[in-house]
Design a protein around this ligand. Structure first.
Ligand code: ZN
Length: 350
């Protein structure tokens, strides 16, 4: 039986709608090769959601034929904002609307429920850690990388020597809320984008679904009065359709993604001057887009990342692989690392 008699860690990626689960054994093999999702029920408050995590934990062990006695630790990731040790922000979080989530210690609660050590990361850090290990394999512990993950918001992760840089308060790698120059990015007469955090012209105000909805799309629709997206049911609906239009070569949609690519390149430029990483990873819905659009987008981000002559030959730009499984797998890698396990076997492209 796979994993039988071995020590394992379980990785649980707790999202706004679903929990994705995986199992990693001490030999560095993932025992789950597909998406194993169950409802996260986070909308029903923390108590229900912790039970949902416990059910997901039992289910993935059952499906992989691993005894609960073999589990040494659990890796957990959730969307932020949350502290380094898994306390959801007292100001609330987009994915944790129920007021009972404010200031809730999700890591501690799961640890108490399962009776096992729980190691916490935010979802962007977990995905960044996975991307790093897939890309570098056995070299992961000697390499550094920076990841930007474009979703509803803009997540970021900094990896040094194969480990997540968390920072004193758990706020390291929050590239979404770094302000970037807007000259040469905004079009003539385009208003300065505003972020939900209150900042003007930060990374997330441009490079996120929220940025498209609030800032980029309203402006670009005013420039394209006959565009089909004018008749979408809602701004949200329209925003979610922009990528599909871009993949089909639509001029307005490509303007929007060009602005996002410039913003991401400028954030990578900041990273180049802070940690000077070996690799720059890009994640988000773009990973699943048609190759022609995906390749153009990554090339445009690369073009707008201003590297020094000494840096460019050493730097790699790549996409975060297996985005759906990256969070759970990254969370599991972090848990294995706390036990002193060697890096997992994750062949590139897996
Ligand atoms: Zn912001």
């Amino acid at each position: 039986m796979p994993g039988d008699g071995r020590e394992v860690v379980v990785g649980l990626d707790n999202g706004g709608t679903a929990i994705n689960a995986t199992v990693l054994d001490s030999g560095g093999t993932f025992l789950v090769d597909r998406l194993l999702e169950t409802p996260s029920r986070v909308g029903e408050g923390p108590q229900v959601a912790i039970e949902a995590l416990a059910e997901s934990f039992s289910r993935v062990l059952h499906l992989t034929g691993v005894s609960p006695d073999s589990v040494r630790a659990v890796g957990l990731d959730t969307p932020g904002p949350a502290s380094a040790d898994g306390v959801i922000s007292a100001r609330g979080a987009v994915n944790f609307v129920d007021p009972a989530w404010r200031g809730f210690d999700v890591r501690g609660a799961l640890e108490a429920r399962l009776g096992l050590p729980v190691i916490y990361n935010n979802d962007a850090n977990a995905a960044a850690l996975y991307a790093h290990h897939v890309h570098f394999g056995p070299d992961a512990v000697r390499r550094s990388s920076v990841s930007l993950i474009v979703g509803t918001g803009l997540g970021g992760g900094v990896i040094e020597g194969g480990r997540v840089v968390r920072g004193a308060a758990g706020m390291a790698g929050e590239f979404g809320h770094i302000r970037i120059p807007m000259d040469g990015l905004l079009a003539e007469g385009q208003p300065t984008p505003v972020c939900n955090c209150g900042l003007l012209g930060d990374g997330e105000s441009v490079a996120s679904l929220t940025g498209i909805k609030k800032n980029l799309l309203p402006y670009w629709l005013s420039r394209y009065p006959d565009h089909a997206l004018h008749s979408a049911e809602s701004v949200h609906q329209a925003a979610t359709q922009v990528r599909g239009y871009a993949c089909a070569g639509d001029a307005m949609a490509l303007e929007i993604f060009r602005q996002q690519a410039i913003a991401l390149g400028r954030l990578f430029t900041i990273a180049a001057n802070v940690t000077d990483p070996d690799a720059y990873f890009l994640g988000g819905g773009v990973v699943e887009a048609v190759p022609s659009f995906r390749d153009w987008f990554l090339a445009t981000v690369t073009e707008h990342t201003d590297l020094r002559d000494e840096q460019r030959p050493l730097a790699t730009f790549a996409l975060v692989p297996d985005l759906d499984m990256a969070g759970a797998r990254g969370a599991a890698i972090a848990a294995g690392d706390t036990l002193g396990w060697a890096p997992p076997k994750v062949p590139s492209g897996s």
